[in-house]
Design a protein around this ligand. Structure first.
Ligand code: B1M
Length: 209
């Protein structure tokens, strides 16, 4: 079995104590960080499908998520840039009612490496908190909101519209599995990105960098 396959199996079986070492072994064997990350994202897709079919339940999903996070920790320094040039501050969070943070964490990592100073508000962030964070931090140029559930898409809309009501000129980018460009436009977001990689390019484009 290839090293990447090892990583996939460990994530899918929630072996969080072994994933970090396996990711490091894959890197040492010459696998690209992006390929390892893509494999772990695919594993979460497998986990999601098993959940949908009733083969596994929430605890197993949580354990797999923890395992993936351990792997991402190892990839972070490899994938991150030096962050030496600042494009300004970006406030990011997963919207109210939503506890999914792996995708958000990947977007934080990519935006940080693109040169943004990231303020990560975490998960289950009410709309007002995004506004407070804009107020409390210097040089905020972008607000980024993540939403993973169809049931929290209205919270995404509320976040965008609350930020826009308080700061009409603030650029807002949204993303997450159920989000589309169409929905992003409908709720008044300035930008949408389908994945963490493209979020960096879109974010830079939005602020004219
Ligand atoms: Co949840 N969950 N979950 N879950 N979970 C999904 C999302 C689901 C699709 C599983 C399924 O049914 N197949 C389903 C949602 C269905 C729907 O809404 N249509 C679901 C459900 C139903 C639930 C619960 C309701 C289950 C329950 O309690 N009965 C519950 C809700 C809890 C809540 O949030 N209030 C729940 C709970 C959980 C756990 C807590 C157990 C755990 C999350 C732990 C954690 O995040 N720390 C969990 C997990 C792990 C998943 C799956 C399996 C994996 C999510 C993930 O991390 N994916 C997921 C199934 C799946 O995704 N296929 C599922 C990998 C990650 C890298 O991808 O987050 O999509 P993703 O991020 C991508 C892009 O979306 C994008 O870039 C990322 C990387 O390229 N992106 C952005 C994300 N944010 C962005 C922002 C941007 C731009 C791009 O700009 C700002």
């Amino acid at each position: 079995m290839s090293k990447i396959e090892d990583v996939k199996v460990l994530v899918e079986t929630g072996k969080s104590k072994k994933v970090a070492a396996a990711v490091q072994e894959a890197l040492d064997a010459g696998d690209k960080a992006q390929d390892i990350l893509d494999a772990m994202i695919a594993s979460m897709g497998v986990i999601g499908d098993k959940f949908s079919s009733g083969e596994i339940f929430v605890p197993e999903m949580l354990i797999a998520a923890k395992a993936m996070s351990k792997g991402v920790e190892v990839l972070k320094p490899v994938m991150a840039g030096d962050g030496s040039s600042s494009l300004g501050t970006c406030i990011m969070g997963t919207v109210a009612g939503d506890l999914h943070d792996i995708g958000k964490n990947l977007v934080v990592m990519m935006l940080e490496s693109a040169g943004f100073d990231m303020i990560d508000l975490g998960v289950d962030v009410p709309a007002d908190k995004f506004v407070e964070a804009v107020k409390e931090n210097d040089n905020v140029v972008l607000v980024a909101c993540s939403g993973l559930l169809t049931t929290t898409m209205p919270a995404l809309k509320e976040a965008v519209q609350t930020v826009k009501a308080a700061y009409p000129e603030m650029k807002v980018i949204v993303g997450g599995a159920p989000v589309t460009q169409e929905y992003a436009s409908e709720i008044g977001a300035d930008g949408y990105a389908p994945d963490a990689g493209s979020s960096a390019a879109k974010a830079k484009e939005l602020i004219g960098a």
